[in-house]
Ligand binder design. Sequence first.
Ligand SMILES: Nc1ncnc2c1ncn2[C@@H]1O[C@@H]2COP(=O)(O)O[C@H]3[C@@H](O)[C@H](n4cnc5c(N)ncnc54)O[C@@H]3COP(=O)(O)O[C@H]2[C@H]1O
Ligand SMILES: Nc1ncnc2c1ncn2[C@@H]1O[C@@H]2COP(=O)(O)O[C@H]3[C@@H](O)[C@H](n4cnc5c(N)ncnc54)O[C@@H]3COP(=O)(O)O[C@H]2[C@H]1O
Ligand SMILES: Nc1ncnc2c1ncn2[C@@H]1O[C@@H]2COP(=O)(O)O[C@H]3[C@@H](O)[C@H](n4cnc5c(N)ncnc54)O[C@@H]3COP(=O)(O)O[C@H]2[C@H]1O
Lengths: 109, 109, 109
Amino acid sequence: MKMVIAVVQDKDSNRLSNALITAGFRSTKLATTGGFLKSGNTTFLIGIEDDRVSEVLQVIRNNCKVRDQLVTPVSPMGGTTDSYIPFPVEVQVGGATVFVLPVERFEHF
Amino acid sequence: MKMVIAVVQDKDSNRLSNALITAGFRSTKLATTGGFLKSGNTTFLIGIEDDRVSEVLQVIRNNCKVRDQLVTPVSPMGGTTDSYIPFPVEVQVGGATVFVLPVERFEHF
Amino acid sequence: MKMVIAVVQDKDSNRLSNALITAGFRSTKLATTGGFLKSGNTTFLIGIEDDRVSEVLQVIRNNCKVRDQLVTPVSPMGGTTDSYIPFPVEVQVGGATVFVLPVERFEHF
Ligand SMILES: Nc1ncnc2c1ncn2[C@@H]1O[C@@H]2COP(=O)(O)O[C@H]3[C@@H](O)[C@H](n4cnc5c(N)ncnc54)O[C@@H]3COP(=O)(O)O[C@H]2[C@H]1O
Ligand SMILES: Nc1ncnc2c1ncn2[C@@H]1O[C@@H]2COP(=O)(O)O[C@H]3[C@@H](O)[C@H](n4cnc5c(N)ncnc54)O[C@@H]3COP(=O)(O)O[C@H]2[C@H]1O
Ligand SMILES: Nc1ncnc2c1ncn2[C@@H]1O[C@@H]2COP(=O)(O)O[C@H]3[C@@H](O)[C@H](n4cnc5c(N)ncnc54)O[C@@H]3COP(=O)(O)O[C@H]2[C@H]1O
C-alpha cells in the first residue's frame, strides 16, 4: 500500500477526481493553500496498492495542466517597501506536485 | 513513531475525538471531502508511539459506524446523459479508512 | 526526499510561511483543528531533499513560539456535569509539533 499526496490546481480538481473514479482509484480531497502564491489549491490523498503507482501517476499527469498565473508580489523580494509600486509578474504553476509515501498497514472498518 | 491517517464520517468525528483524548492519544483534525460522494468527511492525523498501533485502531473501530447513505448519482456511470433521470441509490459508507505510515523523526518545540 | 508535517499555531503561520520562502523551501498549508483545544491551527506539508531536514527544523523552531492559552474546559475531565461551573484553565501550547516521513518517489508535472 502507498499513500500518494498530489497538490494540484483548483481548476483541475474536478476533472482529476472523475478520472480517478473511472480508473478505479479511491481518494480524499483537501482544500489547501500554496506556500508561495498564498492562493487556494487542492491536495488529494490517494491510498493505492503497491503495483498501481505508475498507473495513478499517469492519470494525474493526463488531467493536470501547467498554467501561467499573473501574480502581484506582496512586497519586493528584497529591499525597501516605501516607494515600491507592485507590478504583476507571470509565474508558471505546475500541473501537479506528487509525493509517494510508504504505508505499513491499511484497515477499513 | 507512526502517523495514523484515519478518514471517518463527520457524524463520528466528535465521539472519536473525545475517545482519543480519554485513551491518551493526541490528534489533529482536517475537514475533507470524499472523492466519490463528494460530501464532507473528517480526516484525523494521529502521531503515536510504535507500540500503540493496535490500541489506537481499536479506539477508531469502536467509535466509527458503518452507515448507508442515499446518494443521487450526478450522471450515469457510463452512457449518455440526455434522457437520464437520476434515482437515489443506497451506498454503504464505511466507518473508517485507516492508513499507518512510518515516521523517521519527531520534534516538539 | 522527506515529507515534513508541522502543526503550528495560527499566529505563527504567516511568519513561518515567509521564513520558509526566504530559506528556499516550498510548502503547502492546511487549515486544521487541534484534537484537544478544538480551536484552529495550521498544518504545513513541506517536501524537502533528504539532506535539508535539520535546516528546515531550525527554521520552524525559530519562527514558532510556545504560548499559554486560557481554556474553559467543555466539561470536567471526569465526574458529573450537574453543578459544574467551568473555570478557565491555562494550557501551554507548543510552538510546533513536527513529523518527518520518508518519501519513496517525487514527481512534478
Ligand atoms: N520561492 C519561490 N520562488 C519563485 N517561484 C516559486 C517559489 N515557490 C513557488 N514558486 C512558483 O510558484 C508556483 C506556486 O507555488 P505555491 O507554493 O503557491 O503552490 C505550490 C505548493 O502548494 C505545492 N508544492 C510545490 N512544491 C512543494 C513542496 N516541495 N512541498 C510542499 N508543497 C509543494 O504545489 C504548488 C504548485 O507548485 P509549482 O512548483 O508547480 O508552482 C510554483 C512555482 O512555480
Ligand atoms: N468507485 C466507486 N464505486 C462504487 N462505490 C464507491 C466508489 N468509491 C467509493 N465508493 C463508496 O462510497 C463511499 C464513500 O466514498 P468517498 O470517496 O466519498 O469517501 C471515502 C474517501 O474519502 C475515503 N477513502 C476510502 N478509500 C480511500 C483510499 N484508498 N484513499 C483515500 N481515501 C479513501 O474514505 C471515505 C469512505 O470510504 P468507504 O470505502 O468507507 O465508502 C465509500 C465506498 O463504499
Ligand atoms: N490530553 C491532553 N491533556 C492535557 N493537555 C493536552 C492534551 N492534549 C493536548 N494538550 C495540550 O493542549 C495543547 C493543544 O492541543 P491540541 O490538540 O488542541 O493541538 C495540538 C494538535 O493539533 C497537534 N498535535 C500535538 N501532538 C500531536 C500528535 N501526536 N498527533 C497529531 N497532532 C498532534 O499540535 C497541537 C499543539 O500541541 P501541543 O502539544 O504543543 O499543545 C497541546 C498540549 O499542551
